[in-house]
Each structure stands twice: as C-alpha cells, then as structure tokens.
Write a protein that binds this ligand. Structure first.
Ligand code: UT7
Length: 351
C-alpha cells in the first residue's frame, strides 16, 4: 500500500500586490526585491479573510479533483503558523465550512516545513491502516503580521490616503521581512493505493539550537498577559529573522536532506525528474538546484507570483506543476523544505 496524492487544489486571495506598490509604502524597490528574492508580486487576503477560509477553497478544489465528496474524507491535517485563532485550531473550522463528517482533525505548525511534516503524518496514518483518505492543507495569511494601520490598506484599494513620513519610516524598519511574504493555500488528498506510485521515503529533521534565527517573541504564553500594547508597539508581534543565517542553512540542509532520501530510496540524485523546493527565495531555490547538480528545468518555481506562503508553497507549486503538465506518470519527484524551528527535510514521491 502506498500513499498516493489523488487530488490537488489551491486557494489564493484576489489582491495582487506588486513590488512597485510596496515601494509606495516603504523605502524599497522592485529592483531590490527581484534581485534579492526573485519575487515580483504576491497575493494579500481581504481583511477578515483567514487561513481557514483560504484552506477551505483549496481543500474543496482538491477533494473535487480527487473525484470525491467531503463526506469521503476520514481525517484532516491542517498546517499553518497563522491560524484564525489561538484556539481552537483551523481543523474544526474547516470541518464545518466544508461539511466534513465527525472525523479527527489535526492542527500542526512546523512553519515552512508544515506541508512536509504533514506528508509524513498522512503517510503514517495510511500505512498503519488507521485512515484511508487524508486531507492535508497548508494555508497562511501573513498580512496580519504586517502593520496594517500604516497604509497597507491602500495596497488592496481599501483606502486612498497618502501615508505619512513617520509611517513610511516605520514600514521601512520591517522591509527585510514584509516584502517576502504572501497569503495563500494549497491542499492535497492522499489515499492508500496498491502499486509503485506514492510517497516515501521521507526524512525529517529538527535543530532547536536554530530556533532564534526565525522567531516571533510577542504574543506568547511565556509572558503575562500573553500580548500587550507594549509588545505591539515594539514590533514584537512581527517575526524576526536573521536572513543570512536562514539562507545559509537552507542552501546546505535542503540538498543534504534530498541526498539522504535518495540514498535511502536507492535513487541517484541525477535521476530525479522534479525537485519541488520550498519557495522562500529564488536564490535559495537556485542554490539548492546547483548544489544537487541538476538542470534548472528540474527545479520549477512560482515564487515570482506568490512570494513565500510558508506551509502553502509546496502544495501550490505541486498543483501548478500538475496543471502545467510537468508531473507525468513514472517520475521521481522530491519535495524539500526548511524553515523556522529549524525544521527541514525531504520526501520522495513516485508519480
Ligand atoms: O521560509 C524561510 C524563511 N525565510 C528565508 O528563507 C529567507 C532567507 N534569507 C533571505 O532570503 C535573504 O537573506 C533576504 C532576502 C532576507 C535578504 O537578502 P540579503 O542579500 O541577505 O540582504 P541583506 O540582509 O544583507 O541586506 C542588504 C541591504 C541592507 O542594507 P545595508 O545594511 O547593506 O545598507 C538592508 O538594509 O539591503 C537592505 N534591505 C532592503 N533594501 C530595500 C533589506 N530589505 C530591503 C528591502 N528593500 N525590502
């Protein structure tokens, strides 16, 4: 029995925000963002549109693509670092919105590696015989991290006012992070099937000594109360990131994980047909491609249109590759990701 992805779907918000639009709010430029990250535009959710609602759209599309009805799903794994609420998680909210049965729903985090960790769980559920049809969703609304009261509403046509010089200076202080992220959701349906196609092997890693390189200090239960005006004013409800350190880890550890999985599977790296890399930065994606010695055509990307959507990048990319006819039967496809934790890993998928 193998864990086969039988359906995929995406849910991306309607507002397309270009680099040029961002440069009206802070000291940045289309050139800086393109050259440093490869991003040209990203999607922003409407105010009030959360990661559950984007996840519901993606999941509904994936279930239909698999030729199933919501009532056929027998467990849900929802990966997000931007849930609608602290509690409960997005799983039960998605259950109601989609009209799923009384089935278990698991909420997981793992940030940029959320989809990869979800694949591992889904595979274990199916291999154990516990569940047969798992819905795995990765969805994020990052815009809520961003200082919306500082003119961001003009980006989605909700205000026409000019921002002040003070607001511009404050927006510029977080420009190294805000320009990189976008909102979106991707989902897959995974079913147990006989045959050679399907998931595995998967190898996952965690190194908590790197927890500080990408973290958010505010709004945490170590503090009493867990969120205060002072934390918000100090910008502690926005993630902090040592960009260069994350970059170095990403271009080293993702190729290592891919090689590790290839070795376990007895598959030569050069015989991989497609490698889907977490979409955080085009230079990272190209770095992974070069470290593996693969031609650019085997490492597709869509970061230019979505930016970094954290747990959603891999399912969105996989869905778009299927749509573009890049995923053909009999391929060796590899998923790999790295993000806050640090969590990283790779998963082989035979199509
Ligand atoms: O999903 C996992 C999470 N994140 C990642 O994987 C991100 C990994 N890291 C990166 O992608 C890159 O490190 C960044 C894109 C974040 C930054 O690229 P960099 O080449 O490491 O740039 P830098 O941090 O060295 O900054 C270079 C300059 C600085 O100015 P000075 O000090 O040289 O005068 C920054 O202040 O660029 C400045 N800068 C900007 N300028 C215009 C930083 N952000 C911006 C911006 N627009 N948005």
């Amino acid at each position: 029995m193998r864990s086969l992805i039988t359906g995929t779907g995406i849910g991306v918000p309607r507002h397309v925000v270009t680099n040029e639009a961002l440069s009206r709010l802070m000291d940045t430029s289309d050139e800086w963002i393109r050259v440093r990250s490869g991003i040209q535009e990203r999607r922003y959710a409407d105010p009030g549109q959360g990661s559950t609602s984007l996840g519901v759209i993606a999941a509904g599309n994936a279930i239909a693509d698999a030729g199933l009805k919501p009532g056929d799903i027998d467990s849900v794994i929802f990966a997000t670092m931007t849930p609608d609420h602290v509690l409960p998680g997005n799983g039960p909210l998605l259950q109601v919105a989609l009209g799923l049965r009384d089935i278990p729903t698991f909420d997981i985090r793992q940030q940029c590696s959320g989809f990869l960790y979800g694949l591992e769980l889904a595979d274990l559920f199916i291999q154990s015989g516990r569940y047969r049809r798992v819905l795995l969703v990765g969805a994020e609304v990052h815009t809520s991290f961003m200082p919306w009261h500082l003119g961001w509403d003009t980006l989605i046509g909700q205000s026409t006012r000019e921002i002040t010089e003070a607001e511009r200076a404050e927006n510029t202080a977080s420009r190294d992070r805000t320009v990189l992220f976008g909102d979106g959701a991707g989902a897959v349906v995974i079913e147990g099937r006989d045959g050679v196609a399907g998931l595995g092997p998967i190898r996952l890693h965690t190194d908590g000594t790197g927890a500080g390189v990408l973290t958010m200090l505010g709004a945490g239960f170590k503090r009493r109360p867990f969120v205060t005006h002072e934390q918000i004013d100090a910008g502690e409800t926005l993630p902090i990131m040592s960009g260069k350190e994350v970059f170095k880890s990403a271009v080293t550890l993702m190729p290592q994980a891919v090689r590790e999985v290839c070795e376990v599977a007895g598959v030569a790296v050069e015989s991989l047909d497609l490698v889907l890399v977490h979409q955080a930065n085009l230079r990272i994606i190209e770095g992974v491609q070069k470290a593996l010695g693969l031609p650019a055509g085997k490492v597709p990307h869509n970061i230019e249109r979505y930016g970094n959507t954290t747990a959603a990048t891999l399912p969105i990319l996989f869905h778009e590759c299927r749509q573009q006819g890049l995923v053909k039967p009999g391929m060796n496809l590899m998923f790999t990701a790295l993000g806050s934790g640090l969590h990283w890993g790779a998963a082989l998928y035979r199509t």
